[in-house]
Design a protein around this ligand. Structure first.
Ligand SMILES: Cc1ncc(COP(=O)(O)O)c(C=O)c1O
Length: 397
């Protein structure tokens, strides 16, 4: 049958990462492709204890519907934590829990975007945010981005000319996916000033901020916001585990009301059991000790990756040295296509994601993203040495 689908289906295509991940399921493949946390670090016994306690103490409640906003003790914990960590001043009522920050991205599209609206984003940006927003028929303007973040003078000139069509500015200021870069304090402040002046909402997506290996934590964009223009998204996926799918939106109450409305249409509420188990875990255990363990392991993995890249990549190849998070970003000379490099690497059972997909308007095929969180150091070294050999055999100069 010829299905009559919604127009939006023509804007969407299968994610390249999902396709590559199918190949990487083979155990012999050394994969830098996904963005998966290290599963051996999931606190399984503690989670088991927390879920037993939830079943024993409040089993009926945990299996029942709950409010769309989400389990209040968990929202209380999140607001306290965010205020302490990111220098914000929010209440639990400023938070709605979502199924991962991915759902928060989709709901943001539903709340803000109409067909033809413009979203400003970093160039490159998070692939699944592109898909989430695209479904609402928006266009993207990629703002050039350097080691300090979005170049704000460029944001200003875009807003001067296209201001009335720009609905959202989407950014990942801490250990960005895909580049691993972190914004400077100066750029954070400047962007919020511009958003305030032009009355445009910023979506600050921060799933990696707690995973800093070195240097000082910087305040969130939201901490500079006096008018309610910053919506921040957070997640338990990278500091706890992604399987429960719990994230959140933190914003001005007027916006939270809108997020609650669209979430009711999407799924009524987040999984009650997951919310209560996470909340019980946070009551029984010290998550900071757990996060310290994750940071230590990822720091070692990052160091191993950087060491091989420094020693063995051709000198024409540039790469980022992330101070935290899960990813490093590689730029090959412009005449080298990363998809061709990927084909050669796959023959040797090594995978990564070509960077082109992280640019909503295409191009930049000479880039690639490397994930370093999901494999032990020896596999990281072996895989990157193999990538280095492939690069050294190309006509790179
Ligand atoms: C920048 C960014 N935002 C959002 C997400 C979605 O995370 P989750 O839905 O697991 O919270 C990811 C996942 O990798 C991400 O990298």
């Amino acid at each position: 049958m010829e299905y009559k689908l919604a127009d939006r289906m023509s804007y969407l295509k299968a994610s390249e990462i999902r396709e590559i991940l199918k190949v990487t399921e083979r155990p012999e493949v050394i994969s830098f492709a996904g963005g998966l946390p290290a599963p051996e670090l999931f606190p399984i016994e503690a989670i088991q204890e927390a879920s037993n306690r939830v079943f024993e103490e409040e089993g009926y409640k945990a299996l029942q519907y709950t409010t769309t906003e989400g389990y209040r003790p968990l929202r209380e914990w999140i607001s306290n934590r965010m205020n302490k960590r990111w220098q914000t001043a929010f209440e639990p009522d400023n938070i709605v829990l979502t199924h991962g920050s991915q759902q928060a991205l989709d709901l943001s599209g539903k709340v803000f975007l109409d067909q033809g609206d413009i979203v400003l984003c970093e160039s490159p940006t998070y692939l699944a945010a592109i898909s989430a927003f695209k479904a609402y028929g928006c266009e993207f303007i990629e703002v050039p981005t350097d080691n300090e973040g979005m170049i704000t003078s460029q944001v200003e000139s875009i807003l001067e000319t296209q201001g009335n069509r720009v609905k959202l500015i989407y950014v990942i200021p801490d250990f960005q996916n895909p580049t691993g870069r972190t914004w400077s304090l100066r750029r954070r402040e400047q962007l919020v000033k511009l958003a305030t002046k032009y009355e445009i909402v910023i979506i600050e997506d921060n799933p990696y901020g707690e995973l800093r290996f070195e240097g000082e934590m910087l305040p969130s964009l939201q901490s500079f916001d006096d008018v309610g223009c910053v919506v921040s998204l957070g997640s338990f996926s990278k500091v706890f585990c992604p399987g429960y799918r719990i994230g959140w939106v933190m914003a001005h109450e007027k916006l939270i009301e809108k997020y609650v409305l669209v979430k009711q249409g999407a799924d009524l509420q987040c999984n009650t059991m997951a919310q209560m188990v996470i909340s019980k875990y946070l009551e029984l255990y010290n998550i900071d000790e757990h996060i310290d363990k994750i940071r230590d392991v990822y720091r070692q993995r990052r160091d191993a990756a950087i060491e091989v890249m420094e020693k063995e990549f051709p000198k024409e190849v540039k790469f980022t040295r992330p101070e935290g998070g899960l990813f490093a970003w590689v730029e090959l000379p412009t005449h080298i296509n990363a998809r061709v490099v990927l084909e050669k690497c796959l023959e040797k059972n090594v995978a990564f994601v070509p960077g082109g997909s992280f640019f909503p308007n295409g191009g930049n095929e000479n880039t690639l993203r490397l994930n370093f969180s999901n494999m032990p150091v020896d596999r990281i070294k072996e895989g990157l040495k193999c990538l280095a050999r492939v690069l050294n055999q190309l006509n790179i100069t």
